[in-house]
Design a protein around this ligand. Structure first.
Ligand code: ATP
Length: 883
């Protein structure tokens, strides 16, 4: 039974939840966490470990093996039967281990993306992981926050909440803190906020009434019980791919089976050989090895400050060919300092190194007052340590004011904000109204054209004069000049008034402007060059002035030097529906957009996608979320981004830096390359096993692999090297190629040719190794026939092991490539060799595998012919027969 908190007095709610205006005590919060558990929504049940283990025994391959074991027992081949059961068990252990690892990686990644919540405890503000929020906590909400629990509003300022997740209502709902009738429907309970919704405007204090699965969102999750873990397109592709291979393999196995029968071979041994071959040849482990490689890549990216939230995003990253990035903070440092000022009677440098501090101008005074009052940032001094809270631009303005000797706290106490028109990237201005000796005073700051358009007068030192259109042009030209130097330019204005209007930003008195330096990040030009080499186009989309945008674009190398490229102004951009094809092409070919609104960002993404691009898009504000969602890879900023932006995006940059995007793309490409490597490796190994056995049958050769040998090869040689290939580091060329077309198959025609060639070469070398009687006969030595099977068995395994080195990308030197440098590949080979030799040395295993002890010189054959296969394939690669 849920309590109807919306129909109760706030105080009643607070006391019934055992809390107070100061919030819970920390001790009480701890206690409640024990009682109510973690504040998390479990999307359906997570699969238990038993279930994962159980699933390892339900694949068609295991059924085949069970039949084989059954047959062995029926014919009293006890050792064979037991050996097959061991194979089933080992297969299950490996499968379980891989799934378990993948799940562990996913869980630790989930923890990294968990959002924070601001709560009051013991009267102090704490930012805690949202998992720790308990009923009775007082939540502090502001624009851009995701709401982490259901809560009753206690106090609010212009609070608007987007509740589309719960109610489907696409417009934000204006909230209140009044009592509502008991029978108010969920969608109309405007004094409540619910988990999963987010604040689009204003701020509020609210007391948590429900957490985790008891929230309204939790109820929905219970209903939906979306238990199926989502699979990435790549995993799906690999699954269908493996399924197709099953048919091909079954066909070949049937051919072998009937040929064997026609040749008069024994039915039972044919049956078990066929089963073993089917089991060995089908690469059923592909999807899980791919998941492991993806999850591993995600963990690696996390170390580079990039949190990828969905496995599928890693895959898309590899194919991204356009990155739309904002400027401030991503391409620039976002450490802003005032450097220039322009106002009547002054146009120049105002940094501390100049003597501008002696300027005595009423204009400068008014600008500085606006810097302090029309500003929501805070600088806290605690001994030697400085804490800066708020927009770095506003922090920069406070430092500027302090450098002129102003006492910020004193000024703010004397003239507190009475009302405020917050800055938004749509309006590009901020206004505030304060008490003054003559009534009220309004201060405004923002993009110069916006401030000028709201001004009708100009402060000319001590005189207020009218501002003609010509004057306006003069100031706009001055702002253009400052912007041209790469500075961010802010216009300032004020007015005195007796009455309080709702929209007080009109009829202002223009005072002048400041030019602010926001230096480009030093590592960005190299990252941009890397993108260019990799065929990735960088588009800068900024809210800033076109001239600033152009200057920064030139300095960073987004524009090639000397090139006179266009910067498109948001105002020039028509609505999407009205664009002609030609205009669409111009837009998609432009590299810098300035004064762009969030809606226009969305339209640009749509356009670029329409032209077949895979688009990565950065963003930080609430309004950016539609564009972030629409982009193939939405990239949110971890430091400056709102929680909403982080929630809807696929990737979060913890350090907000453009360079991290490039690191992620490189990593995405490497992962894809590695997946391609181990798929190629596994397929060529499996195919060579299939070919060797098929040919031996078709040609009726006297030496065959036994079913257990086939299973051993499959279990021992495939697994470890394939896993090691999954963690290969990238090669130098990885960022020199154009992005992969995401529609392209994982295994292209060229690769099929390569895979078949590899398997044929290995097969031929293996068969040559057993034809060695002839060479021995030439030398007058007789080869012991008993060893035929040994040599076949070992040559096949060794050839597969050295085949790992053929997986290096073409073009790299044999001794200097990413595979040979991968220490895991060497470890995998050593471990596999150790297993092989242990099997050879331990008598019972040797007997089950039907191997004989050989004189040392016979080992030359498997070693020699496996190296021959390596040399031949390397030659074919050099000659570019395969690539
Ligand atoms: P980007 O979109 O690349 O991050 P930006 O941060 O400059 O660039 P906006 O935040 O949309 O883009 O700012 C646009 C313009 O609004 C700026 O050029 C500046 O003139 C003005 N502006 C920015 N921040 C403030 C603020 N806090 N108060 C008033 N005006 C501001």
């Amino acid at each position: 039974m849920s309590v109807s908190y919306h129909s109760q007095e706030k105080d009643v709610v607070i006391s019934s939840l055992g809390s107070n205006e100061e919030g819970l005590s920390r001790k009480e919060a701890e206690k409640r966490k024990e009682i109510y558990g973690e504040n998390s929504i479990e999307k359906g049940e997570t699969e238990s470990l038993w279930k994962i283990a159980g699933r390892q025994f339900t694949s068609p391959m295991v059924f085949l093996l069970i039949i084989a074991a059954g047959l062995s027992f029926a014919f009293q081949e006890w050792a064979d039967g037991i050996a097959i059961l061991i194979v089933i068990l080992l297969n299950a252990v490996i499968g379980f281990y891989m799934e378990f690892q993948a799940r562990k990686s996913m869980e630790s990644l989930k923890k990294m993306v968990s959002l924070k919540a601001k709560v009051l405890r013991d009267g102090e503000v704490y930012e805690i992981p949202s998992l720790e929020v308990v009923p009775g906590d007082i939540l502090l909400l502001e624009a851009g926050d995701m709401i982490m629990a259901d809560a009753r509003i206690i106090s609010l300022k212009q609070l608007e909440v987007d509740e589309a997740v719960l109610t489907g209502e696409s417009l934000p709902v204006t909230k209140c803190d009044n009592i509502l009738p008991e029978d108010t429907t969920l969608a109309e309970r405007n004094n409540m906020v619910y988990r999963g919704t987010y604040v689009t405007r204003g701020n509020a204090k609210a007391i948590v009434t429900a957490t985790g699965m008891s929230t309204e969102l939790g109820n929905i999750a219970l209903l939906v019980k979306n238990a199926a873990p989502s699979t990435t397109p790549l995993e799906k592709k690999l699954t269908t791919f493996s399924q197709k291979l099953i048919y091909v393999t079954l066909f070949l196995v049937l051919v072998i089976f009937f040929t064997g029968l026609l040749q008069g071979k024994d039915l039972i041994s044919m049956l078990s050989t066929s089963i073993a071959l089917a089991v060995a040849a089908i690469p059923e482990g592909l999807p899980i090895v791919a998941t492991l490689a993806l999850a591993n890549g995600m963990l690696k990216m996390a170390k580079h400050n990039v949190i990828v939230k969905k496995l599928a995003a890693v895959e898309t990253l590899g194919g991204t060919n356009v990155i739309c990035t904002d400027k401030t903070g991503t391409l620039t440092e976002n450490k802003i300092t005032a450097s220039n000022a322009v106002f009547p009677g002054f146009d120049g440098d105002i940094t501390a190194s100049t003597n501008s501090h002696q300027i005595n101008s009423e204009n400068l005074n008014k600008i500085i007052e606006a810097c302090i009052l029309c500003n929501t940032a805070v600088i806290k001094k605690d001994g030697d340590s400085l804490t800066e809270i708020g927009d770095p631009l506003e922090v920069g303005l406070l430092h500027f004011a302090s450098s002129y000797g102003y006492d910020i706290n004193k000024k703010r106490k004397e003239q507190p904000i009475h009302s405020e028109i917050p800055f938004s990237s749509e309006t590009k201005v901020m206004g505030s109204l304060h008490p003054s000796s003559n009534g009220y005073i309004v201060f405004a700051k923002g993009a110069v054209e916006e401030v000028i358009s709201r001004s009708s007068r100009l402060l000319n030192n001590n005189e207020i004069v009218s501002l003609s259109d010509k004057d306006k042009q003069h100031w706009l030209a001055a702002s253009e000049k400052l912007s041209g130097q790469g500075l961010k330019v802010l216009g300032f204005a004020y007015k005195e008034t007796n009455e309080i209007e709702a929209d007080f930003l009109n009829d202002l008195i223009f005072t002048g402007m400041l030019g602010l330096i926001d230096p480009p990040r030093h590592d960005v030009p190299a990252a941009i060059q890397e993108c260019k080499n990799a065929g990735i186009k960088i588009i800068m989309i900024t809210g800033d002035h076109p001239a600033t945008a152009r200057n920064i674009a030139e300095r960073l190398g987004i524009f090639d030097s000397g090139e006179s490229e266009r910067v498109i102004h948001g105002k020039e951009m028509k609505e999407y529906a009205q664009l002609s094809e030609e205009e669409k092409t111009i837009l998609t070919e432009t590299r810098v957009f300035a004064r762009v609104s969030p809606e226009q960002k969305l339209e640009l993404v749509t356009l670029l996608q329409e032209k077949g691009n895979i688009v990565g898009m950065t963003g930080d504000g609430v309004n950016d979320s539609p564009a972030l969602k629409k982009a193939d890879i939405g990239i949110a900023m971890g430091e400056r981004g709102t929680q909403v932006a982080q929630e809807v995006s696929d990737m979060v940059l913890k350090d907000d830096s453009f360079t991290s995007i490039v690191v992620a793309i490189r990593e995405g490409r490497i992962i894809f390359e590695n997946i391609k490597k181990f798929v190629t490796y596994l397929l060529s190994c499996n195919l060579s096993e299939l070919f060797v056995v098929t040919l031996a049958f078709l040609l009726n050769l006297p030496y065959l692999l036994t079913p257990l040998q086939i299973l051993f090869i499959n279990l021992v040689t495939d697994v470890l090297p394939a896993l090691a290939l999954g963690v290969t580091s990238g090669n130098k060329q990885i960022m020199q190629r154009t992005p992969r077309d995401p529609g392209r198959a994982i295994i292209t025609k060229n690769q099929w040719i390569a895979i078949s060639t590899y398997s044929i070469v290995i097969t031929v070398c293996v068969l040559l190794s057993v034809s060695s009687d002839k060479y021995f006969a030439l030398l007058g030595v007789e080869l012991n026939e008993m060893y035929h099977n040994n040599i076949l068995f070992f040559t096949l395994m060794f050839s597969q092991l050295v085949h790992v080195f053929n997986m290096a990308s073409s073009g790299a030197g044999f001794l200097n490539n990413e595979v040979i440098k991968n220490k895991y590949v060497w470890l995998a080979i050593l471990a596999t060799l150790a297993i092989i030799f242990l099997a050879y040395l331990i008598k019972p295993i040797r007997e089950v595998l039907s191997i004989q002890l050989m004189e040392p010189e016979y080992w030359l054959l498997p070693f020699g012919f496996s190296f021959l296969s390596l040399i031949v394939i390397q030659l074919l690669k050099k000659l570019r027969v395969v690539r």
